[in-house]
Ligand binder design. Structure first.
Ligand code: HEC
Ligand code: HEC
Ligand code: HEC
Ligand code: HEC
Ligand code: HEC
Length: 303
């Protein structure tokens, strides 16, 4: 073991080391499965993400008319992701959707770009801080990026949708991981997240409800092409005992999503309101499930 370590230290000082250990096929745009030989944990996370489903999604298949609408394809199976640029369509392994290679491999340098400074013998790597910025997501999430920019917040897309996992190993392959220290890891599940009750303020004023998205720094819900929805259900009890139900759909497609910090008025049928129970539910673009975001009961203060 000790002589082996010396040998490795010696090789570490040797400039040609990189070329000695390079696994050439990694620079030939392999399928994502190949990356899992070493990056097993990241691969498992990515398989749970919507990026993995971007091509095979049944909604996408149907709405792109069985992949006949060419203008739909490039963001769902991109060749190379660059900040703020709409990607070109990939020729190979389209079923990998938004893949490891698309996001990390750059033709210009023939190496893997990423946020860290690493020593990665099997493939050259370059530290590239554009990976930590929202502009990295902007070429595809175009509308959401515009909304985020208008919100003028510090937090990047990554800080919420690629949350930190603390320090962990980037690779799991034995014995190679023994030669690398744990490094800052971010979740490749790209969670859709869910607004908290505090993210939406609900107020009652004469004849109307006022909803404000105070916590999500883009529209609630947000989309480029998908049809995510927010359902408002208000049960009103009037002073005379009469009851009414008001339903309202809020969505990007009907241009009624809640913009960040812009109050939205929702009129309610006239009368002296005694009590109103408001429920907000959300449905993501790719799911049928309706999940409760907030439930609140408001009462008109007695005069
Ligand atoms: C500029 C890049 C881009 C293009 C071009 C594009 N999409 Fe998408 N698409 C996205 C992004 C980003 C999302 C995820 C956010 C959202 O819901 O909009 C998405 C989500 C979707 C969803 C919802 C998720 C799902 O799987 O159910 C559908 C359906 C969809 N796109 C269909 C289409 C169709 C049809 C076209 C062509 C008319 C198209 N897309 C063109 C970027 C793009
Ligand atoms: C044979 C093992 C192996 C395979 C297979 C492999 N990598 Fe790596 N990769 C490494 C090692 C080793 C590191 C550095 C680990 C460390 O420093 O902890 C690394 C680091 C990285 C980084 C970090 C770069 C940075 O600067 O932040 C990225 C991105 C990356 N690999 C992408 C990929 C992609 C994409 C694939 C599939 C095409 C892949 N790797 C396949 C071994 C591998
Ligand atoms: C190459 C284009 C592309 C890039 C770059 C990209 N995405 Fe996506 N993203 C998509 C597509 C397409 C979908 C929808 C997949 C589906 O559901 O069919 C998606 C879905 C998502 C979702 C899930 C949305 C939902 O409806 O649940 C999140 C969250 C997300 N992306 C975050 C990010 C973040 C953060 C970045 C930047 C680090 C990023 N994406 C970069 C294309 C892209
Ligand atoms: C939608 C684009 C996208 C996809 C797909 C993607 N990554 Fe990443 N990856 C990123 C971004 C952005 C970061 C930097 C996040 C940060 O530091 O804020 C990153 C970070 C990394 C890192 C550095 C360590 C870490 O966890 O932050 C490695 C290694 C890596 N990715 C490998 C992979 C592998 C392997 C796959 C496929 C299984 C993959 N990535 C899929 C965008 C992507
Ligand atoms: C402060 C944290 C935060 C930041 C920053 C942020 N988001 Fe979100 N995002 C959320 C939350 C919370 C949700 C869940 C909303 C809900 O309940 O449906 C969400 C939802 C989404 C969705 C799913 C569709 C929806 O509205 O439910 C997409 C796509 C998305 N964000 C993309 C992005 C992109 C791209 C950026 C950067 C331009 C970004 N987000 C910045 C918190 C954030």
């Amino acid at each position: 073991m000790i002589p082996l370590l010396f040998l490795l230290l010696f090789l570490g000082g040797c400039e040609r080391l990189e070329t000695v250990f390079v696994e050439e096929d990694l620079l030939q745009r392999p399928p994502a499965k190949r990356c899992s030989d070493c990056h097993a944990d990241i691969y498992k996370e990515w398989k749970k993400s919507r990026h993995f489903h971007a091509w095979t999604s049944e909604n996408f298949r149907v709405e792109s008319e069985n992949y006949a609408k060419v203008k739909c394809l490039s963001c769902h199976a991109p060749h190379q992701v660059d900040p703020e640029k709409k990607p070109l369509l990939r020729a190979e392994f389209r079923e990998d959707g938004v893949s490891c290679v698309a996001c990390h491999f750059k033709e210009e340098t023939r190496s893997m770009h990423g946020p860290l400074k690493v020593w990665s013998p099997p493939h050259p790597s370059r530290q590239d801080l554009s990976y930590t910025k929202s502009t990295f997501c902007a070429g595809c999430h175009r509308e959401t990026y515009k909304e985020w920019k208008m919100a003028k917040v510090e937090k990047s897309c990554q800080s919420c949708h690629m949350p930190s996992l603390g320090k962990r190993d980037l690779i799991q392959k034995f014995p190679f991981y023994l030669f690398h220290l744990a490094k800052p890891r971010t979740s490749h599940e790209f969670p859709s997240l869910k607004a908290s009750p505090e993210d939406v303020e609900v107020r009652l004023e004469a004849g109307k409800l006022i909803l404000t998205n105070v916590g999500v720094p883009h529209n609630l819900p947000t989309a480029d092409q998908g049809d995510p929805r927010l359902y408002l259900l208000a049960e009103i009890t009037y002073a005379n005992g009469r009851k009414k139900i008001v339903r309202k759909l809020l969505s990007p497609q009907s241009k009624t999503a809640l913009a960040y910090r812009k109050p939205r008025e929702i009129r309610i049928p006239p009368g002296e309101v005694k009590e109103i129970t408001v429920r907000l539910l959300r449905k993501l673009a790719w799911s049928e499930e309706r999940e409760l975001i907030k439930e609140v009961t408001l009462r008109t203060p007695s005069p």
